[in-house]
Write a protein that binds this ligand. Sequence first.
Ligand SMILES: *[C@@H]1O[C@H](CO)[C@@H](O)[C@H](O)[C@H]1NC(C)=O
Ligand SMILES: *[C@@H]1O[C@H](CO)[C@@H](O)[C@H](O)[C@H]1NC(C)=O
Ligand SMILES: *[C@@H]1O[C@H](CO)[C@@H](O)[C@H](O)[C@H]1NC(C)=O
Length: 702
Amino acid sequence: MKSRQHVPLVWLLLSWAWSPLPLLSASDEEQGASSIIFTTLGRPDYAFDIYSLPIPHTPNSQELQLTDGHSVNFNGQFAPSSPSLLLPTDQPPPLQLVYVTERNNGLHTIFYDALYTQQQTPSSRRSILESQTITKRIQLPLLPNHDQNHNNVSMKDRPTLTGEYLIYVSTHENPSLPRVSWAAVYSTHLKSGNTRRLTPYGVADFSPAVSPSGDFTAVASYGESGWSGEVEDLTTDIYVFLTRDGTQRVKVVEHGGWPTWVDDRTIYFHRRGDDQWWSVFRAILPDGKGSISVDTVRVERVTPPSLHAFTPATSPGNHEFIAVATRRPGSTYRHIELFNLVTSEFTELTRLVSPNSHHLNPFLSPGSTRVGYHKCRGEPNSNESPQLLFENVKSPVPGLSLFRSPGSFPVFSPSGDRIAYVDMPGIYVVNSDGSNLRKVSDLMTFSTAWDPVRPGIIYTALGTGFSSESTHIDIISVNVDKNSNNIKRLTLGGSNNAFPSVSPDGKWIVFRSARSGYKNLYVMDAAEGESNGLRRLTEGPWTDTMCNWSPDGEWIAFASDRHSPGSGSFELYLIHPNGTGLRKLIQSGSLGRTNHPYFSPDGKRIAFTSDFAGISAEPISNPHQYQPYGEIFTIGLDGSGLTRLIHNSYEDGTPAWSAKYLKPVSIERPKGGPYCDFVDLHWLNNMPNGTGSVVSNAQCGL
Ligand SMILES: *[C@@H]1O[C@H](CO)[C@@H](O)[C@H](O)[C@H]1NC(C)=O
Ligand SMILES: *[C@@H]1O[C@H](CO)[C@@H](O)[C@H](O)[C@H]1NC(C)=O
Ligand SMILES: *[C@@H]1O[C@H](CO)[C@@H](O)[C@H](O)[C@H]1NC(C)=O
């Protein structure tokens, strides 16, 4: 081992360079290879890159794009410029960036980029703008795909380089408890690859921050109280422990998140204050040893009411200013500003550069000369990744391909050659190779199913989702191969008829209807609708919904709150089409939410959406997500073999499963935008004192 110390780390890392994932073997295809398509709210439009602005900011300074426009890059930190661990020392110190990227099939990986920049003053007399360009980029994956991790698909978040270690969040370990987050903080020694878990088992930690000395790490944690189901203000507590091994863990702040250190005694963090404004606070830990607790830590409010200020960023030793993200009354955009700790004045940065973009999660360079953040890059340049129609996502199950749909409620045609999806308002149909994308209807619809027998017929619900029992919603059929006269109304009564699913012989549709005053399941004639035959399948003062007919015709799976009507908690149930055999498929934990069941092609498993894995990151660090806990799982019909398919901090939902095996590669979207079409958190629109701004949301009703 001794001789290794003389090998520059950069070479060790390069020798670990990203190995391509093994090709699918023939045996994988034989054992029932198949494909699942699902929706991730907002994510197809994020196209995040990391940018930076110089401090102080002058009208002449320009925004520099730090990451390379491939995939989605976010949650960066500058690495300290101290004697470089990773690079040859005979060159001027570059900007060193550590960040999360999803470039490997949507799998989260942590990258390190060293950026050599040059100031350029254009000779054009018209322009007085100075711009900086990147002249050289050295790029390394920091967590190589070790064999033992090969199948452990996980979310990674908030990386920090400290000495020879990388500190980060990962969701690769399953706590095997319903509604307990898989997010935990790990430390990986970069030379050896040895990884140590710093978070105790049974606890979830988010947003780790390492102190300037490297000795301490602060995290936002659920602590012992667990997750309440809350998604706006997580009400995490801040804990501090030794970065070395996670020991001496102590709670320092009750109710706080997103910690960041100025020195080894001073932490800035955010919380929603008693006056309802999100604000930055400061926690000062006592001097001396062994006496740190919530009672000995002094907490002071830093940013004033009248605007939301959150996700603070500090720089070691800088007691003069911090960087924050803000939401100001009258604006729907999230911007980065500096806050002067002496004068209590804000200095706007990003609003002056790109007023109509969201800028997230600022971070400061070690000398406070730069602020970094991420935002959507807009229309891609020629050397950047194109927008995707179907994004392949790395699957933890051999032989199962996973694709992210461009819209909601995607469904496969019986052969798997076509996909229909909803992008409200409008129904789209596209070949599964991405060709022949067309809009087949302008109607506002949601839950959709494809007829297994009649060619080109899909069923959908005309209206908006999440509506009351009395809302007029009807199930219609649409012939996607006809341009006109292609719509037929199948239900007659209005009163919230939705979630159609067809029996494998094409004779019957099971759907939910609120015609009795409660949403229960009914079965009707598929070709002619309820005028030609209607039967009630379930009955009771609760909600039965999101039904799916098994490929062998024997079972209907559905979501219901019958165990606790009106509580918001949904669990999955199975019933025979003749109304016998009712049983619960999965216990989603106290008040858990488990929805959108969909049978596998062999009928042996069910894919579904659930909050079984809790929250994976502080929701305020993302754009709007209704249900950021939504992840996709599968389970056997006997309730065994629960498997998590997707790991991220977004809302994933509405899986559909096809026997057609689609090669795990992404498919480009036709050019022309829209680009960056997403909105900030709806709940940040609530400005205390009634100064709320306008809600705009293009993708409601999932
Ligand atoms: C990866 O997952 C397997 C089984 O799911 C587990 O046994 C193993 O410990 C995991 N690896 C790590 C590094 O957590
Ligand atoms: C507005 O909010 C501030 C605190 O943010 C509070 O002190 C003040 O009384 C409020 N004013 C009104 C009119 O409610
Ligand atoms: C109901 O359907 C199931 C599954 O097809 C069958 O096993 C059962 O015998 C049927 N029961 C009645 C009363 O028809």
